[in-house]
Design a protein around this ligand. Structure first.
Ligand code: CU
Length: 205
C-alpha cells in the first residue's frame, strides 16, 4: 500500500510540474514584449476591400502568411507620408531576408488625385514591393472609419492638402491586427516587433 500511495503522490507531483510548465509557457507567449502599442484583439480594422493600381480587388486575406504594415496617406503629402514610407523601407532592410515577409500597404485618402498610375509610381519610388490601394471617395471614408483613421481636406489657396492620422497598423501573418505604430516610432523598434510576429507565426504548428 505505501508504494501505491507513493506512486500516486509522484503522479500528482508530475501533473503539478506539467501544469506549472504549461502555465509558464502560456505566460511567456502572452508576455510578448512589443515596443510599439499592442492592440491584439482590437475589434476594428479587421479587413478591407480596396483596388490596387491594376484594378484588382484586394483584401487582407491576400497577404496571409506575411506580416502587413498598413498606412493611410496621400501622394502629395509634404512630410508625414514620405517619412512613414521611408521608415517602412528601412524596416524591410533591417529585417534582412525576413523583409520579404513584410508587406507594406499604402491606402490613399485622396483618391481624386491619387489615380492608379500616380499611386503606383509613388509607392514604387520607395520600394517596388510596396502596394498602393484606393477606392472611391465615398468608400474611402467608410474604410478609414473602419480603421479609425481620421482625414480631412484642408484648402490651400486654389488647391488643398490633407490632414490625416499618422498611425501605421501591423498585422501578423494570420491576418490579425496586432500593433499600432506611432509616427515617432523608430524603424528599429518596428523591425524588432515584426520579427517577433514572424517568429511566433513560424513556430506555430
Ligand atoms: Cu501624409
Amino acid at each position: 500500500m505505501p508504494s501505491i500511495h507513493c506512486a500516486a503522490r509522484t503522479a500528482v507531483r508530475t501533473v503539478f510540474a506539467l501544469l506549472a510548465a504549461v502555465a509558464l509557457t502560456a505566460c511567456d507567449s502572452t508576455a510578448l514584449q512589443f515596443r510599439n502599442t499592442d492592440i491584439t484583439g482590437a475589434n476594428f480594422g479587421t479587413d478591407f476591400s480596396l483596388l490596387d493600381p491594376e484594378g484588382n480587388t484586394r483584401s487582407l486575406s491576400d497577404f496571409r502568411g506575411k506580416a502587413v504594415m498598413m498606412f493611410f496617406g496621400f501622394t502629395q503629402c509634404p512630410d508625414i507620408c514620405p517619412t512613414a514610407l521611408s521608415r517602412a523601407t528601412e524596416v524591410r532592410k533591417l529585417l534582412g531576408d525576413d523583409g520579404q515577409h513584410l508587406k507594406v500597404i499604402f491606402v490613399s485618402v485622396d483618391p481624386e488625385r491619387d489615380v492608379p498610375e500616380v499611386l503606383k509610381a509613388y509607392t514604387a519610388a520607395f520600394d517596388p514591393d510596396f502596394l498602393g490601394l484606393y477606392t472611391s471617395v465615398e468608400n474611402t471614408r467608410k474604410v478609414a472609419d473602419d480603421f479609425r483613421v481620421f482625414y480631412r481636406k484642408v484648402p490651400t489657396g486654389g488647391s488643398y492638402t490633407m490632414d490625416h492620422t499618422a498611425t501605421s497598423y501591423v498585422y501578423d501573418p494570420q491576418g490579425r491586427l496586432r500593433l499600432a505604430v506611432s509616427h515617432q516610432s523608430s524603424a528599429e523598434s518596428i523591425a524588432a516587433d515584426v520579427r517577433i510576429l514572424l517568429q511566433t507565426a513560424s513556430s506555430r504548428p
